[in-house]
Design a protein. Structure first.
Ligand code: 13P
Ligand code: ZN
Ligand code: NA
Length: 281
């Protein structure tokens, strides 16, 4: 079923595990996510960015997400990832998204507080959960160009959470969107301190390219939602290249996409296993 993000992440927060959040932009991509979650009997978050909405259209993405959620054997949250525009957030809530992110992380602190607070009031009136971001998680995501991370300040995070009443908080602790050029370093102490001061579900972005043991340590430190995108896209690309290389004359899109969908599913299962969300249905 399609469920609100409030209960799903509260359960993860209270029981010290994390739920995987995976981006989708087409049907095969989405089916891979749902099949992976079902095979592991794990709750899952499916999410779209404003860029994906531009590509596929809000109504198509909603129809896919609703169909996936309603037919799934596990709880599914339909989430807007990195919502920047108030207009996108309102449209998603009106269509039936069950969770939204307001990403005002590039605005000054006070503006971030005011905008996030406004989204929370609006979303909570219809039981929709809100994720927000404090600090800045760099790298390549949507329209964001590569930039240096601004680590989330612990005291500011405490003030931000109490003033906005946000349901979950994306924090900058060393990860970045896309694949890393150098070694990944995560500030686990900062995760723990933010958790102690805020006592809400915390979100890790930019998780592709982060070694498995670091993901697990981040979850132990207090992360409850882990976003994976690039590695799933790469699994898709590799499988497509491989198939087309082997069968250059095959034009049946179903035959071409079968191994790619399977490759995405296997990669997603690998990620879900790291988060201890199996059998938390
Ligand atoms: P990656 O592409 O590094 O997995 O980041 C995904 C993400 O944070 C989506 O919001
Ligand atoms: Zn992100
Ligand atoms: Na990454």
């Amino acid at each position: 079923p399609l469920v609100s993000g409030i209960d799903m992440l509260t359960h993860a927060h209270e029981n010290n595990y994390a739920v995987g959040a995976f981006n989708y932009a087409n049907m095969e991509n989405l089916q891979a996510i749902i099949e992976a979650a079902e095979e592991l009997n794990s709750p899952v978050i499916i999410q779209v960015t404003e860029k994906s909405i531009k590509y596929a259209g809000l109504h198509y993405l909603y129809a896919l997400g609703k169909c996936a959620g309603e037919n799934a054997k596990v709880p599914v949250v339909l989430h807007l990832d990195h919502g920047k525009k108030w207009e996108t957030i309102v449209k998603c809530i009106r269509h039936g998204w069950t969770s939204v992110m307001i990403d005002a992380s590039q605005k000054p602190f006070e503006e971030n507080v005011v905008l996030t607070r406004k989204v929370v009031e609006f979303a909570h009136a219809v039981n929709i959960s809100v994720e927000s971001e404090l600090g800045f998680i760099g790298g390549k995501e949507g329209d964001i160009t590569p930039e240096d991370n601004i680590y989330t300040d612990v005291e500011q995070a405490a003030e931000f959470v109490s003033r906005t009443n946000t349901d979950s908080l994306a924090i900058a602790v060393g990860t970045a969107h896309g694949i890393y050029k150098g070694e990944v370093r995560i500030d686990f102490k900062r995760i723990q301190e933010i958790k102690e001061r805020t006592q809400i579900p915390l979100v890790l972005h930019g998780s592709s390219g982060v070694p498995d043991d670091l993901i697990q340590r981040a979850v132990q430190a207090g992360i409850n939602k882990v976003n994976f995108d690039t590695e799933i896209k790469l699994a898709n690309l590799e499988a497509l290249k491989c198939f087309i290389n082997e069968y250059p004359n095959e034009y049946d899109i179903r035959k071409i996409y079968e191994p790619a969908r399977k490759a995405m599913k296997e990669k997603i299962k690998e990620k879900i296993r790291l988060l201890s969300s199996e059998n938390k249905n």
